[in-house]
Design a protein around this ligand. Sequence first.
Ligand SMILES: NC(=O)c1ccc[n+]([C@@H]2O[C@H](COP(=O)([O-])OP(=O)(O)OC[C@H]3O[C@@H](n4cnc5c(N)ncnc54)[C@H](O)[C@@H]3O)[C@@H](O)[C@H]2O)c1
Length: 478
Amino acid sequence: MLNVGGPCTSLARARACKGNDEEVSSSEEPGAGKLHAGICAGGARQRASLPRVPRKMKPVTLAVIGAGSRGRTYAAYARARPELAKVVAVAEPREAWRAFLVREHGIPASETTSHWRDLLDRPKCADAVVIATQDAMHVAPAVAAARKGYAILLEKPMAPDATGCRTIVSALDRNAVFAVCHVLRYTRHTRKIKELLETGMIGDVVNVQSLEPVGYWHQAHSFVRGNWRREDKASPMLLAKCCHDLDWIRYVVGSPCVSIQSFGSLKHFRAEQKPPGATDRCLDCLLDASCPYSARKIYLSRVAQGHLGWPVDVLTPEPNAATVLEALRRGPYGRCVYACDNDVVDNQVVNMLFENGTTASLTMTAFTEADHRQTRIFGTRGQLVSDGRSIRHFDFQTDCWEAIPAESSDSSILGGHGGGDYAIMEAFVDAVRHGDQGRVLSGPEVSLETHLMVFAAEISRRANRVVRMDEMLTQPEP
Ligand SMILES: NC(=O)c1ccc[n+]([C@@H]2O[C@H](COP(=O)([O-])OP(=O)(O)OC[C@H]3O[C@@H](n4cnc5c(N)ncnc54)[C@H](O)[C@@H]3O)[C@@H](O)[C@H]2O)c1
């Protein structure tokens, strides 16, 4: 392609008038956004450019319900910004995980419980609750917390079905802040894309094309061996992994979805794909060395390299070579990927039509390198191409490609999801402090709407037909 439009004029941006579609290289390790650094035992590190907080201001108090992987991530915000937030209570049945939070945050023994119900049965003990239990355990604590008048930060998905989502929304106290952890809305990268679109730099958005490259080992970890492997125990793959993507696309398009259509299947991680001679557990398997999905390869190689954070810390709260080996010997993460009880899809496509005429498509696939989400946004005056780290702009007037400078990355626990984990906590705590729902990027109605897009896509996939979103007003469940 020729660069016929002369040089790009923006001085603020690095110039890359390559006239082709090459990817802009990044210094970050591929998939680094998904390989979070280890849990920081001494608390997340302070940031240099944090806004000053008046001395006398009391921190917003938080009760954490579910102190697993996500619960401790959000709690780490309070370690990073003790002047803004404090974890004062925890409900968590697993002793070791509860003890971790108690230790990290100095939570008094009187404020710890094993079950969320015991915490929420008591008089209100904090300004807000962070609900980070598993997918199928969000509705009851959310409804109970709403009744007690807590502000609520609720992990996605709100619920595994539309009825559950609606139940939460109708129980909410409209005076209390509510946010769903659609962390991708809050990343520095998304902020940049929204800012660029709002300048009109690519004209009207006509189409959005998104790829969620889940990654072969991430699929094996979470969706074949792990917590999200079964629809009846967690939720459909699209809800578990891609409710973020549909929510993100809706946010970027800025218009409600009117029609949706989807195909998808569990193509590979099935018993009939098991190679002859493979055993049911990786540590015993003679084919282990030649299997890309080997648990030994996925976990022990990380431990050997000193990666003790996610996904290794999902296997055991205090990961080291011995505890991980033991978890692989006995636990679910040591199973052969062809001998699990999984049923969620490993590939899916979704097509969407929005009220403003914009169309969009999403591809979710296990069969990639685990990487950042990739997006192309096609407008009437140009296009934006994002690999989740960097953004490039092609301008139809100048026929020029420009590289938009990458936002700096952060490898601390709260740097997860491109900084979205930190930024959602920052927005939520700020909203609670000011009693202002407007300070979070999506309220209950929009979160319900984007969850309904997922349920509509699932109806489409199963029934092999296009689903209109207005059907979802009457259509209860996939
Ligand atoms: N926003 C995101 O990007 C994102 C990323 C990963 C996971 N998630 C979601 O976060 C949620 C939690 O995921 P996770 O990876 O932290 O799972 P997890 O299993 O590590 O944590 C869930 C915790 O809830 C605890 N729990 C179980 N019963 C309880 C009870 N009765 N009372 C209190 N706690 C109880 C469990 O013991 C566990 O520690 C899930 O819904 C998941 O889909 C969101």
